[in-house]
Ligand binder design. Structure first.
Ligand SMILES: Nc1ncnc2c1ncn2[C@@H]1O[C@H](COP(=O)(O)OP(=O)(O)O)[C@@H](O)[C@H]1O
Ligand code: SF4
Ligand SMILES: [Mg+2]
Length: 325
């Protein structure tokens, strides 16, 4: 069974002039222990998808319809306190800025011990021992001493390691990591991503890794979802999506990034920009930029459909209509 299921998720922001639909009919699953990458240009809806899953959409943003299920149970409609508990125990979160997750007034040990004891039936002494183990596992040198230090006494990279330890403290099944290395020095980004991957694989925790970096996706993820204008354009096994993209947007995205694979055929660069939410064109949202657009693309909006080794929201793959690819 899937660990996480997102079914036809719609997220809206009501405002004075009407309603902005920011996520429009998103569906995907994450299997236990799987690393799913979520990629797409800025404003595509990656962070909102993560926020909806962890129950931290900022009002007036709201889940307007659809369902989010964790281990078969709906979590999109839970009271705040219940969701807060799930957020520590079953879903861990890692954000771009480690200071969002850490309280500057408390030692990291206190924060780890509190999280462990809030969710697991262990003594304070046992919780502290576990905290030191976690810090060791996340590569904090001299963890037994460093545990009594405050967040500001760590470098940015070390702080993000502490956040990874904190996210894993209650042994969650899923980690939602939203651009976890974007704020860090380029020289340490790869180390942190490798750590995140290995530590989650070791513990059997699944990861939803949001990033705009296709290189990170290629090296880290099992599957990848490509988002465009609040929808999933393509989803599938990472190597297929990278080497044989089925959606013209994915193809353009890959062509724009050098050196992922040498063999990859260079297709074209994507001209233009992603539309604003209040100006999404009729039909396929990508049609004004798509070199393969045809009449139907300007009228009907495609849903995800089987497309080679992946699933793509693109009429080129509509077998029933008999369109040649
Ligand atoms: N608080 C908000 N109010 C109104 N619209 C928002 C808000 N937050 C996000 N959005 C809309 O949702 C879109 C997707 O946002 P986001 O998920 O943060 O994108 P990204 O893929 O860069 O993480 C944004 O481009 C914006 O139009
Ligand atoms: S549906 Fe049409 S416009 Fe959209 S990506 Fe496919 S070919 Fe291009
Ligand atoms: Mg974002």
């Amino acid at each position: 069974m899937s660990l996480l299921q997102i079914k036809n998720l719609i997220v809206e922001f009501p405002n004075r002039r009407g309603t902005l639909r920011a996520l429009d009919d998103i569906s995907f699953d994450i299997a236990p222990g799987e690393i799913l990458g979520v990629v797409g240009e800025s404003g595509a809806g990656k962070s909102l998808t993560g926020a909806a899953i962890i129950g931290l959409l900022e009002p007036p943003g709201r889940v307007a319809s659809g369902q989010i299920l964790l281990e078969g149970e709906r979590i999109d409609n839970l009271p705040y306190e219940r969701m807060r508990h799930i957020r520590g125990r079953k879903i861990g979160a890692i954000f771009q800025d480690p200071l969002t997750s850490l309280n500057p007034l408390y030692t990291i040990g206190r924060q780890l011990v509190e999280t462990i004891q809030a969710h697991l039936p262990v003594t304070a002494q046992e919780a502290r021992r576990r905290a030191i183990d976690l810090l060791n596992d996340t590569g904090i040198p001299a963890a037994a001493q460093r545990i009594d230090h405050y967040p500001h006494q760590f470098s940015g990279g070390m702080r993000q390691r502490v956040v990874i330890a904190l996210a894993l403290a209650a042994e969650p099944k899923l980690i939602v990591a939203d651009e976890p290395t974007t704020a860090l020095d380029v020289s340490i980004q790869a180390q942190i991503i490798t750590l995140l991957k290995n530590i989650c694989k070791d513990r059997g925790a699944a990861v939803m890794l949001i990033t705009h970096d296709m290189g990170v996706i290629a090296e880290t993820c099992d599957r990848v979802a490509v988002m465009y204008a609040g929808r999933i354009a393509e989803i599938g096994p990472v190597h297929q999506v990278i080497n044989q993209p089925s959606h013209p947007y994915t193809a353009g995205l890959m062509a724009a990034i050098p050196d992922i694979t040498v063999e990859r055929e260079r297709l074209y660069q994507i001209d233009g920009a992603m539309p604003r939410l209040n100006a999404i064109p009729q039909g396929c949202a990508f049609n004004p930029r798509c070199p393969k657009a045809f009449d139907r693309c300007r009228q009907d909006r495609p849903d995800l459909m089987a497309a080679g080794a992946t699933r793509a929201a693109c009429w080129l793959h509509d077998v029933q209509a008999g369109v040649a690819v």
